[in-house]
Design a protein around this ligand. Structure first.
Ligand code: FAD
Length: 461
């Protein structure tokens, strides 16, 4: 009987333990199911859906070269997979582990739905170490990043990445499949995805190409990673999120570049750390971890002024060039430089005193790398509400951040109204008296925003 390979955020064939295990058994049926019901309000956002469409297309093309194909189903995973089990007589379903809380429920439902007919077998491989593996000296879970990193580093390098199969045996009969085009994952009108098309090549080959392009920059990552005007980071995050490349492959490729790559490896480990956090606190995306911070008096989103401020932030019209450049880069490309993510997020939460969950949701919809764990862990880090986080009272000054990290060219690229302004004027045209009429005034003065945030914090301190 054939074996099912159930793909989720692991859309690759090489160094993919579920693929390797299934292929070793004989004929395989590769399956992807679009399930918007199981994650409920956490169903994929628009930018992720765009990525998914192209990544599935690529996966299917790779499978076809090897004599197979991708079967598509839509609906609750346990129902769709149970039907495929019935119609094909498959007795095993192989998949990689995923740790978002909704998958745990779905896996249980699936086991119930196929009981007596097929077995669900889960493998590791989307993280450097299976989340939950590392334990503190007293046997507990790590909550803080630095000891987590130190402990993980002891266990590195990960196993060398394996090659993908050279051929896949087809089953005697293929089950029915849906048509990717019918899923409407791509935008219709207006077509906001032109910038995404230019910026990205989803799929395993695109991921490998991005790694190759980055790898010799890895030793310079430490000095360049905070400079948004330069191309010094790997841009691997959406490929990693969709599992088009394994972190073990990245670790090995980067390590081959010599000794000055620890900063990069350390950053990669934030991804493992974030998973580790949501395994312990599955609701991390939905509420502040620190109890006292849950009472922080955020501004009321039903107030029109607050709605306008939030809209200005999303559209990149706050009057703070570094924030606006970041928010426009996000809108056009589905990605934003990490330093600018921190500045833009901090501006929303502190200067505008808007609940971090509003920003997290906006990122969820617009990022091509939107990831339940990484997004919520980073938002809570910036907001000072998380298990290991920056302090709320440490308020980033967007204008000095912009100067410090030399964001002039980045701003001129993403905010065309300011394209003719030189440094230092471009960082704060209003202050220098050279703000073009087409560019908005600051929606709140830095000092006023800061004081309001500190006053709100006093109420929960
Ligand atoms: P590089 O600097 O080249 O780093 C390599 C890889 O390490 C990344 O691809 C990523 O997988 C991982 N990584 C690096 N920094 C972090 C980090 N702080 N947390 C977790 N993983 C990290 N990252 C996401 O993948 N998805 C998200 O939804 C997400 N939301 C964020 C929200 C906020 C408010 C902030 C401040 C950061 C967020 N990040 C998120 C983390 C980080 O900004 C991105 O991973 C990074 O910018 C991706 O670009 P890169 O691939 O060039 O990263």
């Amino acid at each position: 009987s054939p074996t099912i390979i159930w793909f989720r955020r692991d859309l690759r064939l090489s160094d993919q333990a579920a693929v390797a295990a299934a292929v070793a058994k004989g004929p395989v049926i590769p399956v992807y199911i679009l399930d918007d019901e199981t994650p409920r309000h956490r169903k994929m956002g628009a930018a992720s859906r765009w990525w998914l469409h192209h990544s599935l297309e690529q996966l299917d093309a790779c499978l076809r070269i090897l004599g197979s194909r991708l079967i598509l189903g839509q609906g609750r995973v346990e129902q769709v997979l149970a039907e495929i089990v019935k119609s094909t007589g498959a007795t095993e379903i192989h998949a990689l582990h995923h740790h978002e809380p909704w998958w745990r429920n779905a896996e249980k439902a699936l086991r119930d739905a196929v009981e007596g007919e097929a077995e669900l077998i889960l493998h590791h491989g989307n993280y450097l170490l299976p989340p939950g593996t590392l334990k503190t000296g007293s046997g507990g879970e790590y909550k803080i990043y630095t000891p987590f990193w130190k402990s993980l580093r002891e266990r590195m390098p990960p196993e060398a990445p394996s090659l993908g199969p050279s051929q896949l045996e087809a089953p005697a009969e293929w089950p029915d499949t849906a048509d990717l085009g019918d899923w409407n994952l791509l935008p219709k009108k207006p077509d906001w995805a032109a910038g995404l098309v230019k910026a990205w090549s989803p799929g395993e080959a695109g991921a490998q190409a991005a790694l190759e392009e980055f790898v010799d920059k890895a030793p310079g990552y430490d000095s360049g990673r905070n400079l948004p005007s330069e191309e010094r980071v790997s841009r691997l995050s959406p490929h990693l999120h969709f599992g088009e490349i394994s972190p073990a492959r990245i670790w090995h490729a980067v390590s081959a570049e010599g000794e000055n790559v620890e900063t990069y490896c350390k950053e990669l480990v934030w991804r493992d750390y974030a998973q580790n956090v949501i395994c312990q606190f599955p609701q991390y995306g939905g509420e502040s971890y620190r109890e006292k911070m849950r009472a922080l008096p955020w501004r009321d989103m039903s107030d029109l002024q607050v709605q306008n401020d939030f809209a200005a932030w999303t559209m990149g019209k706050t009057g703070y060039p570094i924030v606006d450049a970041g928010m426009r880069e996000l809108w056009v490309t589905g990605w934003m430089h990490n330093r600018v993510r921190m500045i833009a997020a901090s501006f929303l939460v502190k200067h505008l005193l808007i609940d971090w969950r509003e920003g997290e949701q906006w990122f969820w919809d617009t990022l091509v790398d939107a990831d339940y764990a990484s997004n919520s862990v980073n938002w809570q880090w910036v907001s000072g509400t998380g298990v290991d986080s920056n302090m709320f009272v440490r308020i980033m000054a967007p204008l000095s951040q912009s100067e410090k990290f030399d964001a002039g060219n980045y701003i001129r690229k993403w905010v065309p109204e300011l394209a003719d302004l030189d440094d230092p004027y471009v960082h704060d045209p209003e202050e220098h008296g050279c703000k073009p009429a087409s560019y908005p005034s600051k929606i709140i003065a830095h000092k006023a925003g800061r004081e309001r945030a500190l006053a709100a914090y006093q109420k929960v301190k």
